[in-house]
Design a protein around this ligand. Structure first.
Ligand SMILES: [Zn+2]
Ligand SMILES: [Zn+2]
Length: 326
């Protein structure tokens, strides 16, 4: 019987390196605070049909979405006495103008104080694909050119990525369940736009919809812009990419505003399976859906609220809803 050279090296290696049976350990963020800067309901600053939140995680400060009007995020941040000039990274959840409207203005206004302020924008594949028939005011292609002319750069993600230890972006989210949280419902009909993908003109299910996922000792904290990939699809995918099985908090827009009773019941059962601990339903989640999910997923007035500007969530204190939403 002969022993191969590689078998000998393996044997030698196992004598040198301690062999452990443990799973690879994913990094966990210890310190996390999320503050809402743009959404419909407001307590500090102005409200609008849009979304933006500041993520502060283990010293990293990242802006997630930029609101609808160019100046909402800056105005609301200054009312909250939050300085954004050292925020160098932005995540854009998708192309829609209610999430990308502040991008260029933020870059131009803050670059004076810091060359790198709002200089890098993380996006997912598909965000720049042409949408024939979409409102020109919302078009991402001219906005891309303006942002780059102002010294900004885009990083396009094709798949899930850990951008800092414990801080993940989903990239495009597989649509495992037919949640269809995109398009508009007009007179009971689902109206969907078109997008020019590499395989041609197809129904626009907003393929670039991307969420942020923070891995913590309490479970995952997921931040969503409009939730076009589906709430359950997004949360389940977050558990897949990180290997952490429970969702400590889901925060942001989840596009449940048109959801039927049956859909809300199905969603709530999935949220229970995922051990959802906290829900801040802002932007397009809808008001009634937040209250229905609170009831159906065994949450309460302290763990499920409608998000308002100025409201926050932290690992230490949970949801600070402010007085209107409390
Ligand atoms: Zn949208
Ligand atoms: Zn939206």
């Amino acid at each position: 019987m002969s022993i191969t050279k590689s078998a000998v090296s393996l044997l030698l290696l196992s004598l040198v390196l301690p062999v452990t049976a443990a799973e690879p350990q994913h990094h966990r963020v210890k310190d996390l605070k999320i503050t809402l800067l743009s959404t419909m309901m407001t307590q500090v600053g102005i409200g609008e049909w849009g979304f933006s939140a500041l993520i502060e995680a283990d010293g990293h400060r990242i802006l997630f979405d930029t609101g609808l009007r160019p100046d909402t995020v800056l105005l609301n941040a200054s009312r909250m006495k939050i300085d954004l000039s050292d925020v160098e990274e932005i995540v854009l959840s998708h192309n829609h103008g209610d999430h990308t409207g502040g991008l260029v203005h933020l870059r131009k206004e803050l670059a004076a104080a810091n060359d790198d302020a709002m200089g890098t924008a993380h996006v997912a594949r598909g965000i720049f694909w042409e949408r024939p028939g979409a409102s020109p005011a919302w078009a991402m292609v001219p906005r891309k050119a303006e942002f780059e002319a102002a010294g900004g750069r885009f990083v396009v993600h094709e798949q899930a990525v850990e951008i800092h230890p414990g801080i993940w972006l989903t990239g495009p989210v597989p649509r495992s369940h037919p949640e269809k949280n995109y398009g508009a419902w007009v007179d009971g009909q689902h109206r969907v736009g078109q997008v020019r993908s590499p395989v041609g003109l197809v129904d626009d299910d907003i393929p670039e919809s991307m969420s942020m996922v923070i891995n913590t000792d309490k479970g995952l904290v997921v931040i969503s812009g409009c939730g076009h990939a589906g709430l359950v699809n997004t949360l389940e995918y977050a558990t897949e990419i990180t290997g952490t099985e429970n969702i400590h908090a889901a925060i942001g827009g989840f596009h449940m505003l048109h959801a039927s009773d049956a859909n809300l019941e199905w969603t709530a059962a999935k949220l229970v399976d995922l051990e959802l601990g906290n829900l801040v339903g802002a932007h397009c989640t809808g008001l009634e859906p937040v209250y229905r999910l609170r009831e159906l997923a065994d949450l309460d007035r302290s763990t499920a609220v409608v998000g308002a500007t100025g409201a926050s969530f932290s690992l230490e204190s949970g949801i600070e809803a402010l007085s209107l939403a409390r």
